[in-house]
Ligand binder design. Structure first.
Ligand code: FES
Length: 196
């Protein structure tokens, strides 16, 4: 992304965080790049004045300025939580989790899904995902990560309330309850009608 932004002359800054300088895999490459002045390194074990200061960095959200973040879950949770607290609109936050644990909840009971195209009702057992139940019933929904991270399985929900799990949908999009990631998300209502 940085290469592309630099090539198009876009205005951007990049913050690269690692635990130690030895673990900064792209240090040489970034330092040798045409956009080197735009890159700031932050090392967890480094001096206090170079550490990532999220509150200061994200203090002033502006229209047209977007935040892109990827990395480990704890790091990303901290970045996104701070951005939301500082008032960054959900549409200006973009992220890619490399992996995520799918949280269990009390609603992990069985429920039903209904296919809008045929009216067919399929039971999802307590220990099954929606995509597993669909697959058993001969209905294939494409999947990739199966952790609610990539969005490959994203499916429209026509009625019922999904129990969102995973990270792909922003909190705003989750609140709309009109789509969900059936590889890991479940239902808060006895039935979901899906656009399948
Ligand atoms: S397969 Fe990746 S979000 Fe469902």
């Amino acid at each position: 992304m940085a290469e592309r932004l630099a090539m198009t002359g876009a205005d951007f800054s990049m913050h690269y965080c690692t635990r130690t300088v030895d673990r900064a895999a792209f240090l040489q490459r970034f330092n040798a790049s045409r956009y080197a002045p735009r890159v700031q390194f932050h090392f967890y074990d480094g001096a206090a004045d170079q550490k990532l200061n999220l509150a200061a960095m994200l203090a002033d959200p502006q229209a047209g300025v977007h935040l892109y973040v990827c990395g480990l879950k704890g790091f990303m949770d901290a970045v996104l939580k701070t951005a939301r607290e500082k008032g960054w609109p959900g549409g200006q936050l973009h992220y890619e989790f490399f992996g995520a644990e799918v949280a269990k909840s009390d609603s992990d009971a069985g429920f039903e899904i209904q296919l809008a195209s045929s009216g067919r009702v399929i039971a999802v057992a307590r220990d099954q995902t929606v995509t597993q139940a669909l697959s058993t019933a001969g209905v294939k929904v494409p999947t990739s990560c199966e952790q609610g991270v990539c969005g490959t399985c994203l499916t429209r929900v026509l009625s019922g309330v999904p129990d969102h799990k995973g990270m792909y949908l922003t909190p705003e999009k989750q609140a709309a309850n009109d789509q969900f990631t059936p590889c890991c998300s479940r239902a808060k209502t006895a039935r979901l009608v899906l656009d399948l």
